[in-house]
Design a binder for this molecule. Structure first.
Ligand code: CA
Length: 197
């Protein structure tokens, strides 16, 4: 759209939907990083400041969410399976996805449960931790790739391990993306939005 086009007086539903989406991403990042800060040891004054940032961001997000969005009237859900044993990480992803009304998150706390859940109901996207209690995450990726039912499901690795050799290994094994912690929330949401549901 041409910003200098003064004759433009009305917005289409598509314009509004795109604006909502573009405004939500950086706000969700502000909220996610504020929540990460809350989880660290802050002094009282710092904690109050973070609370205020978070409170302001929430109110702004509520206002954005309140804009009628006709583009999502026919809801199509994105089914996301997160295989991760750390409840803090699951809560963080839940928090990030809370403002993606079309995302449905389910989680599995180990490799065996994750593979079973993925086969029982094929997800649109798998988020995968590498350090699982029963088996290495890379084996989960390999099993998903080699099973015809789940071979096409994109798998995104979320890991604290940022060593180039691990990233290369997982990418070669078929990971769609490899995101290191602390998570780049905007990048994460772009990947979620790119998934066809
Ligand atoms: Ca883990």
């Amino acid at each position: 759209m041409d910003a200098n086009d003064s004759s433009r007086t009305s917005w289409t539903a598509e314009d509004v939907g795109k604006l909502q989406h573009d405004l939500r991403n950086p706000l969700t990042a502000i909220m996610g990083f504020s929540q990460l800060l809350q989880a660290t040891a802050l002094n009282t004054q710092q904690a109050e400041c973070v609370d205020k940032v978070l409170d302001g961001a929430r109110r702004l997000l509520d206002m954005i969410d309140a804009i009628p969005d006709r583009t999502t009237e026919e809801a199509v859900f994105t089914d996301i399976l997160y295989i991760e044993d750390d409840p803090t990480n699951i809560r963080l992803i839940e928090g990030i996805l809370a403002h993606r009304p079309n995302a449905r998150l389910r989680s599995a706390v180990n490799a065996a449960n994750g593979l079973e859940a993925a086969r029982k109901s094929i997800p649109d996207l798998v988020l995968l931790d590498l350090g699982l209690p029963d088996r290495p995450g890379i084996e989960v990726l390999q099993e998903l790739r080699s099973d015809s039912r789940t071979a096409a499901v994109p798998v995104v690795v979320l890991s604290g391990d940022s060593s180039p050799s691990t990233i290369a290994e997982l990418t070669a094994a078929g990971a769609r993306a490899y995101l290191t912690k602390p998570l780049d929330i905007v990048e994460f949401l772009e990947i979620v939005d790119d998934v066809d549901s």
